[in-house]
Design a binder for this molecule. Structure first.
Ligand code: GAL
Length: 669
């Protein structure tokens, strides 16, 4: 039983998890709304996101607002006990705005202005768009700021669009002038002596529009930063209107590792972080989902977050849209909860009959409530109801995985040594052993407070600033374990290569001196190790000397015979490890587990069977059995299953596809 002082839902302040989806009542008639709220109640739905794409229904003509339908819907939802996440509709302006103000539609890198008839066609700089966005946000806030149904405000949708128009070019110049002071500063930061790119006048500086050959990398990176800041500004002008109406929390829905915005720089403006996550049921990647959830929790500095959108079954935007099984549907939601979500919602409540998403799954399919899918939706509602005590609790991670958006952007720039060394793939590879063992991991930026972590892993951080690099370097010095992957810290924030031996800011702490990056031919290279035997590494190798480190594995081929591949330096009580290649996953797993052991980090479950996923949140160990056979799992100290299965001496039996949420007694561990 939850006690009054125990953690509460990050949005509602109650002992409950949130469950629901996007709700688009303006696509339906009032009799359907009544059926909807009755079915929502039966399914245990307690939060719906309303109005994301309703601008034309709210404001059919400039300045004329039609509230009647929305008044009625919010009242109906409130009477049924369903809370509302009420959205500003800025993601899709009505066609009248583009007719009256063509400059409000965005322009692509080739100079083509986008058209109405889809969504997201806005230019974030256009004054007429910004004015209209503020006006509709203000009108919504004034009308519904006190409405008892509204538990959360939702700004826009999945920010991340780019615009290359002249208005954006003007704001880009102002942004650059602010960052670099003057043109000399810009020329220096962008290294414009290269290819005679030196700018003599601000008017010459433009977004990275279509050009004959590779763009200046610093220009590309700064346009990413600028776009993120522009969109943040667009978020802020709407959030400010909503906040004027009272203390209801404000969010917007991010998209995992999507490169569109630097979520870390946005986080301070969100009262609760939210994400949309659409794994592919045809090729399930639960480990990647878990990593993405850990990322979002990290964006909110460990606070609970919301999974605002996922699919109950098939989406409609892949080439071939395979449905989810009910087991996948439930496990996807519980994985999010286990990794810190205080709510799991879907796109969308009722499947649309018209429009571009008419073949997308929903909580209530076209065929109605008496369907396999809707029964699974109801069953999930019942499961989530039993997990209310989990709301508000934290994930007790002692391991940090370091990641940030500027480094992701750098890793996607053209003209790098290899396109095959990918930041997100590296992150996944280093995260996977922890996921396999059920060990909680936070994904944090390099300037985060790392003191609480016994093990800090930097899988691939191509670009890093001096202060953040020093922050990371302190880990072994204060007795922690640091594990660094290849091609890290090679550039400063302007994309300038840090010259000298690499990784320049960390050669001291790692005890290594790198001199050459050596992407590998397809066969890879043999690596020999006393500890881990012989294996073949692929994609990447480096010529690195051990200055003050033990060589744990050495190359045997590819022109690197005998040179170190994996090194470890002992630093007082701490350790610093460097992996200069991409080992196969079992070998990398062995290295990562050796680091975990050195850091004293242990798995929460004994001998976790293959096919069973474990994750710890608060004092609860979640277990998800993806296999079609029953599995026994022992959780040391496991006292009870919040979902009702018997637990004896920490042992719980999971049915095929079964799930459990085993609470560990404080004395039991
Ligand atoms: C999301 C979007 C929703 C819906 C959904 C379909 O990206 O926010 O509005 O389009 O995809 O999967």
């Amino acid at each position: 039983m939850a006690t009054p002082s125990s953690p509460v839902n990050v949005v509602t302040g109650r002992h409950e998890l949130l469950y629901g989806g996007d709700y688009n009542p303006d696509q339906w008639t009032p009799d359907v709304w009544r059926e909807d709220v009755a079915l929502m109640q039966q399914a245990g739905v307690n939060l719906v996101t309303v109005g994301v794409f309703s601008w034309a229904s709210i404001e059919p003509e400039p300045g004329r607002f039609t509230w009647g339908w929305l008044d009625e819907v919010l009242d109906l939802l409130h009477e049924a006990g369903v809370g509302v996440d009420l959205a500003t509709p800025s993601a899709s302006a009505p066609p009248w705005l583009a007719r009256l103000h063509p400059e409000t539609s965005s322009v692509d890198a080739a100079g083509v202005r986008t058209s109405v008839g889809s969504r997201n066609h806005f230019c974030p700089s256009a004054p007429a768009y910004r004015d209209a966005v503020v006006a509709v946000a203000r009108a919504l806030a004034e009308r519904y700021g006190d409405h008892p149904a509204v538990e959360l405000w939702h700004v826009g949708n999945e920010f991340g669009q780019e615009c290359f128009c002249d208005l954006c070019a003007g704001r880009f110049r102002a942004w650059l002038a602010d960052r670099y002071g003057d043109l000399d500063g810009l020329n220096e930061a962008w290294g414009t002596t290269f290819w005679s790119q030196r700018y003599a006048d601000w008017a010459e500086v433009v977004p990275p529009r279509v050009a004959p050959y590779v763009h200046n990398p610093a220009q590309l990176l700064d346009f990413r930063r600028f776009t993120s800041d522009q969109l943040l500004d667009l978020y802020r002008i709407q959030a400010a209107e909503l906040r004027r109406a009272g203390g209801t929390p404000v969010t917007t829905n991010f998209m995992g590792f999507f490169p569109g915005v630097d979520q870390h720089s946005w986080a301070g403006d969100l009262d609760v972080v939210s994400d949309d996550h659409y794994g592919d049921p045809e090729h399930p990647t639960p480990a990647r989902s878990a990593l993405t959830h850990d990322l979002l929790r990290g964006v909110g500095r460990g606070r609970p977050w919301l999974l605002l959108e996922q699919a109950t079954s098939a989406v409609s935007w892949r080439a071939h849209n395979v449905p989810k099984t009910p087991v996948q549907m439930l496990q996807d939601s519980l994985r999010a909860v286990a990794h810190g979500a205080d709510g799991v919602c879907y796109f969308q409540w009722r499947a649309s009959a018209s429009g571009s998403e008419q073949f997308h799954s929903a909580m209530l399919p076209h065929a109605g409530p008496d369907t396999r899918l809707h029964r699974a939706v109801r069953e999930q509602g019942a499961v989530l109801k039993r997990l209310g005590a989990v709301a508000g609790t934290r994930v007790p991670a002692r391991v940090a995985l370091v990641f940030d958006w500027p480094s992701l952007w750098a890793s996607e720039l053209p003209a790098r040594p290899s396109e095959h060394l990918r930041a997100t793939a590296q992150l996944e590879a280093y995260h996977r052993p922890f996921w396999e063992d059920g060990i909680p991991v936070d994904v944090v930026p390099p300037d985060a407070d790392l003191d609480g972590y016994d093990l800090v892993v930097v899988p691939s951080l191509q670009l890093v600033g001096d202060a953040a690099a020093a922050n990371v370097a302190r880990v072994p010095e204060r007795g922690g374990v640091l594990l660094v992957g290849p091609f890290s810290a090679v550039q400063d924030p302007t994309t300038r290569v840090r010259t000298g031996a690499f990784p320049a800011p960390w050669t001291g702490v790692l005890g290594v001196a790198g001199e050459e990056w050596r992407p590998l031919p397809p066969d890879g290279v043999a690596v020999r190790s006393d500890a881990w035997g012989e294996f073949t590494a692929h994609v990447w190798s480096e010529s690195v000397a051990a200055r003050d480190a033990d060589v744990l594995a050495a190359y045997d081929g590819a022109g690197l015979a005998g040179e170190p591949a994996i090194l470890r330096r002992t630093v007082g009580e701490g350790e610093a490890w460097y992996v200069s290649t991409v080992p196969p996953s079992d070998m990398l797993g062995a290295v990562v587990r050796a680091c975990a052991r050195a850091a004293g980090v242990v798995a929460p479950v004994l001998d976790l069977p293959r096919g069973v996923e474990a994750a710890v949140r608060g004092d609860v160990v979640f277990l998800l059995n993806a296999d079609d056979v029953a599995r026994d799992v022992t959780v040391p100290g496991g006292a009870e299953d919040l979902l009702g299965a018997p637990v004896a001496a920490g042992r719980v039996e999971l049915a095929p596809g079964g799930v459990a949420a085993v609470r560990v007694s404080p004395s039991g561990r």
